[in-house]
Write a protein that binds this ligand. Structure first.
Ligand code: KIV
Ligand code: NA
Length: 270
């Protein structure tokens, strides 16, 4: 990509070459993926991945804005989307607008993402009507972990109809795309075929209109557990620990710093 797409370009990518996206939380990580991804998401997964929180529920609007600003500084050719954190939008459409406007104003993001299907449709329509492009997120919605009862595959056991209804509701409400998290592949394909906006899969299906992964997961940086749907494209966590062990050995042996890492006295005559 040469320039960042707009939410309407993402919408128009329905049925075409799959959309590529990853999460990012820092400027250097954003720079690494700029132009290789169609859009970059500052996910509220930041709480678990970078801050060591047990779930995404402890993430605040301030955290999302701070990481959003960092990622914005690293992006030029990929569109920026920022997650609405738990508690910042569920209460009412007006609360959602206030929070989303702050995110957009303070980070320059092109769009926000929020979790929820039918029950969030009114809020999505309210935001879109007031100039805020919305990416929806249905299926496994980690902010509802306490009522869902675990990080289980969604849309099984007779729940496929409800998930389809969620997908239709966010489409009708005006979302420009929708994340499908942890749903059976055949159901993801069915939803993708039935709705007019791009589906972005994570633990869904290669038939979705796009894919997203948590970048630390796919780089092997976040190694405490690996969900089935993550493919590790690198093992940076292991490589990093090896490097740290070598550094520790060299410092204890006084072989680091070597002469080339140290400064001599000022050369005479200079
Ligand atoms: O927070 C996040 O990283 C997400 C993606 C996994 C879709 O919501
Ligand atoms: Na999220």
């Amino acid at each position: 990509r040469k320039t960042a797409p707009l939410p309407e370009d993402i919408r128009a990518a329905k049925g075409g070459t799959p959309l590529v996206s990853l999460t990012a939380y820092t400027t250097p990580m954003a720079r690494m993926m700029d132009g290789h991804c169609d859009f970059v998401l500052v996910g509220d997964s930041v709480g678990m991945v970078l801050h060591g929180l047990p779930s995404t529920l402890g993430v605040t609007l301030e955290m999302m804005i701070m990481h959003g600003q960092a990622v914005a500084r690293g992006l030029d050719k990929s569109m920026l989307v920022i997650d609405m954190p738990f508690g910042s939008y569920e209460e009412s459409p007006t609360q959602a607008f206030r929070s989303a406007a702050r995110i957009m104003r303070e980070t320059g993001a092109a769009a926000i993402k929020l979790e929820g299907g039918q029950h969030m449709a009114e809020t999505i329509a309210f935001l879109v009507a007031r100039g805020i492009p919305v990416m929806a997120h249905i299926g496994l919605t980690p902010q509802s972990i306490n009522t869902l009862g675990g990080y289980k595959v969604q849309g099984r056991d007779g729940q496929a109809g409800a998930l389809l209804a969620d997908a239709r509701a966010v489409t009708e409400a005006g979302a420009f795309s929708v994340v499908l998290e942890k749903v059976p592949a055949a159901l993801a394909d069915q939803i993708t075929a039935e709705i007019a906006i791009p589906t972005i899969g994570i633990g869904a299906s290669a038939g979705c209109d796009g894919q997203i992964l948590v970048v630390d997961d796919m780089l092997g940086l976040f190694t405490t557990f690996k969900p089935k749907f993550v493919k590790r494209y690198a093992e940076f966590g292991t490589a990093g620990e090896e490097a740290i062990k070598t550094y520790a050995t060299e410092v204890r042996a006084r072989s680091f710093p070597a002469p080339e890492h140290t400064f001599a006295d000022k050369a005479p005559g200079k």
